[in-house]
Design a protein around this ligand. Structure first.
Ligand code: FAD
Length: 375
């Protein structure tokens, strides 16, 4: 086998190579370099700004990020199902440009390339530690996995108030979009309502997990019907700017020996939410400490429990899904965090999910057990 271009046999040029400089990889590369390590970063478009909205729990933001990365916040966002349940926490939406400014790559050697799995493995000859942060959908890969899909519109706050009804944000409104008492055989979706940095409010109909995820057309139809029932129709919503979301919930491809996965590429992937960035930020310091100590990455953390949970969500009947999230709303704040946070240790996650199970009506709980445990 030939030696990849740029490899000096027997000489380790870099302490760490980070492949993929999206939000997660860039933050990690920045902090590794700030700790005095020699860092190589690889991405085909390292200067490209991020179009996606980055939201998550404020408490997960590390102290090294300046306060101005937070563009807007909402307190106690609600879960709505049989009742309305506030989640006692603060939700933040980031200013993406401020995050990029706070995570400059000045001290990182950047190469603009697309790397396949073999190229990533070969980087072990150029760096003591190699991190794969190519996201959940690395360039050059195909195939299909479960996706979260969503269709949202941006409206002025006075329009959104008809849906918010006094809440600062709604994380998930699981009530049927057409006003029906039950979902029946219709695959369920929820409404997400969140204030955005520019003062507008995002109203987004979301399919939590689907293989394939629900189409944009169907999500839009549901969103408009739901809003109409809240008294929002016609001119108030028809010309509004649109956000379309499609997030893979499981990373394709296997483990590359001796390479650590970071960000949506694996380690912080939360199949429940599809949102990974805040969990990635909270994990950065641990990886930097590991790199400073010169520890090589071990195998990825087992994601077994979350994969089983995703399997359950994909197989759950519509009304069992509704009951599951109603029970989630009634969990203690500590248990809610355990379910929401991607880095919750497996045992704590199991304990929180078991409690959620006991809060469901028996028949619905048995439906959940079947969906989760059966192949
Ligand atoms: C509309 C929308 C809204 C979202 N909202 C949220 C939210 O509110 N909160 C949240 O946490 N997440 C949200 N997400 C998901 C969000 O995209 C991820 O959480 C976040 O981008 C993960 O960052 P990452 O750096 O791990 O991966 P990515 O953002 O996917 O970055 C991967 C990087 O790797 C590079 N790369 C890819 N392939 C290769 C290759 N072969 N070789 C070299 N480099 C490669 C890419 O160029 C990219 O820079 C949203 C997504 C969408 C689409």
């Amino acid at each position: 086998m030939g030696v990849p271009a740029g490899v000096l046999i027997g000489v380790t040029l870099f302490d760490v190579a980070v492949v993929g400089l999206g939000p997660a990889g860039r933050s990690l590369a920045h902090r590794l370099a700030a700790a005095g390590l020699e860092v190589l970063g690889v991405d085909p478009h390292p200067g490209r700004s991020w179009a996606q909205t980055l939201g998550g729990w404020r408490r997960q933001l590390p102290a090294w990020l300046p306060a101005d990365v937070v563009a807007t916040t909402a307190h106690d966002p609600q879960i709505r199902a049989a009742d309305s349940y506030p989640i006692r926490d603060e939700y933040a939406i980031l200013d993406n440009d401020a995050v990029r400014l706070a995570t400059t790559l000045e001290r990182v050697t950047v190469e603009e390339q697309v790397l396949g799995d073999d190229d990533v493995a070969a980087l072990r000859q150029r760096a003591r530690m190699v991190v794969d942060a190519r996201g959940a959908r690395p360039a050059g890969s195909g195939g299909d996995v479960p996706h979260q899909t969503a269709h949202g519109i941006l409206v002025p706050p006075e329009v959104a108030e008809k849906v918010l009804c006094g809440a600062e944000a709604v994380l998930m409104d699981w009530r049927p979009f057409d006003g029906a008492a039950r979902w029946g055989v219709t695959s369920p979706t929820f409404l997400y309502v969140i204030p955005m940095p520019d003062g507008r409010v995002l109203l987004e109909e979301t399919c939590l997990a689907g293989a394939p995820g629900l189409s944009q057309g169907e999500l839009r139809r549901r969103l408009l019907r739901r809003l109409e029932l809240s008294g929002l129709g016609g001119d108030q919503v028809s010309g509004a700017e649109v956000e379309r979301v499609s997030i893979p919930l499981v990373r394709r491809g296997g483990h590359i020996q001796g390479v650590m996965r970071f960000g949506a590429a694996g380690q912080q992937n939360n199949p429940f939410s599809g949102y990974t960035f805040f969990a990635s930020l909270s994990a950065v310091d641990g990886v930097v400490a590991q790199a400073v100590r010169g520890e090589l990455p071990g195998r990825d953390q087992p994601l077994f429990v979350r994969r089983r949970a995703l399997h359950g969500v994909l197989n759950l009947s519509p009304d069992d899904t509704y009951a599951l999230f109603d029970a989630f709303g009634r969990l203690s704040p500590a248990h809610q965090r355990a379910v929401l946070d991607a880095d919750t240790p497996g045992a704590n996650l199991v304990a929180a999910m078991a409690r959620q199970f006991t809060l469901m009506p028996l028949a619905r709980g048995l439906g959940l057990a079947r969906a989760t445990l059966l192949p």
